[in-house]
Design a protein. Structure first.
Length: 344
């Protein structure tokens, strides 16, 4: 009964002195709601300590005695320990929260990109398949019986089949890159050989388009990488440049070295890209605007070439960038030089 009487006598004073501190702490938390999580946790730790101190001091009538001194020392020691711990925990939780938000954002972006890719590829696959089916039915039904027409149909079927094959290859390569299943065997690769192979492969397309394809470099670096994947990077860049360069335009390749990096530049005559869209050219299924649209005589690409090029360059620990330059765009690739190999 004595204890109950004491509690009844002390409780109003303790509540009356502690409650304002708690309300002030709540107000601070509201004002600091947009600050870091570490700040909020620090306030949460300090408010109960300060409220306890206020209640003890008020009940003791600010008369310092041995017991009051002991309580103050204990509360201070607890504050010295818990406040740094709250700051550290707050920072860790904040980093984890930021990482989780970024991970969710990346996941949503990847899912949206996958849906967009499926939509684009579904459309692109249906177009050549419909053409192949129509021409095959025409040949099978005897609608086309002239030798020249039959040869023309066969040539067009072959062209559409090759286009489908390139799409499937691009999808397979992109799936390897995005799934992290791309394993490269690095060696010293002369950039001159890679460029010659790509130029030889793309030269017929450039001739059909009336586009001049040239290399303007004498000293070619030797880079560290996989020759087949690097050749695909250069071919994709050349294919994109030829596609968007008008007839009588030029696509020029140059190369060099800077520090411990080699650079390769592909300049086209596409007329330029809006600055806000430059970084989007490396997105999956991005095809550009109408000012930089595909040539009417050539089917539109699937929008995978530059995305694959970026993935392969990054797998080589390199960088790839695009910017407007002269009458068109410049795509620049930077790769690490091969160690201990002389350039030629």
């Amino acid at each position: 009964m004595d204890l109950l009487t004491e509690l009844t006598h002390v409780a109003p004073y303790a509540i009356g002195l502690s409650l304002p501190v708690a309300l002030i702490g709540a107000g601070l938390l509201y004002l600091l709601r947009h600050r870091s999580l570490a700040t909020a946790l620090t306030v949460l730790v300090l408010v109960p300590l300060v409220a306890t101190m206020a209640g003890v001091l008020g009940i003791a009538g600010f008369m310092f005695g041995p017991l009051l001194t002991t309580v103050v020392v204990i509360c201070t020691a607890v504050g010295v320990i818990t406040v740094p711990v709250a700051v550290v925990l707050g920072r860790n939780i904040a980093r984890r929260s930021v990482w989780e938000r970024e991970a969710r954002a990346r996941e949503r972006a990847a899912e949206a990109s996958r849906r967009e890719l499926v939509a684009w590829i579904s459309h692109d696959l249906r177009t050549p398949l419909a053409g192949i089916r129509a021409m095959a039915e025409a040949l099978a039904d005897g609608v086309v019986d002239e030798r020249d027409e039959i040869c023309s149909y066969a040539s067009r079927i072959q062209g559409e089949t090759e286009r489908l094959s390139r799409m499937v290859d691009d999808l397979f390569e992109l799936s390897r890159i995005t799934a992290g299943a791309l394993h490269l065997e690095f060696s010293a690769v002369p950039l001159h050989d890679v460029v010659n192979e790509a130029v030889a492969a793309e030269h017929p397309r450039a001739q059909r388009r009336g586009v001049r394809l040239a290399t303007e470099t004498e000293q070619w670096p030797v880079v560290s990488g996989s020759d087949s994947e690097l050749a695909r990077v250069v071919r994709n860049l050349l294919s994109n440049a030829i596609r968007h360069t008008p007839p009588r335009g030029s696509v020029v390749l140059t190369a060099g070295r800077e520090g411990r990096q080699a650079w390769l530049r592909v300049d086209d005559g596409c007329g330029g890209i809006d600055a806000a869209q430059l970084e989007r050219v490396f997105e999956v299924a991005y095809r550009g605007d109408h000012a930089r649209g595909d040539n009417e005589r050539e089917p539109a690409g699937a929008g995978l070439g530059l995305a694959i090029a970026r993935g392969l360059v990054q797998a080589h620990h390199g960088e790839i960038h695009a910017r407007n330059h002269g009458p068109g765009c410049r795509f620049e690739v930077r790769l690490p030089l091969a160690d201990g190999v002389a350039n030629r």
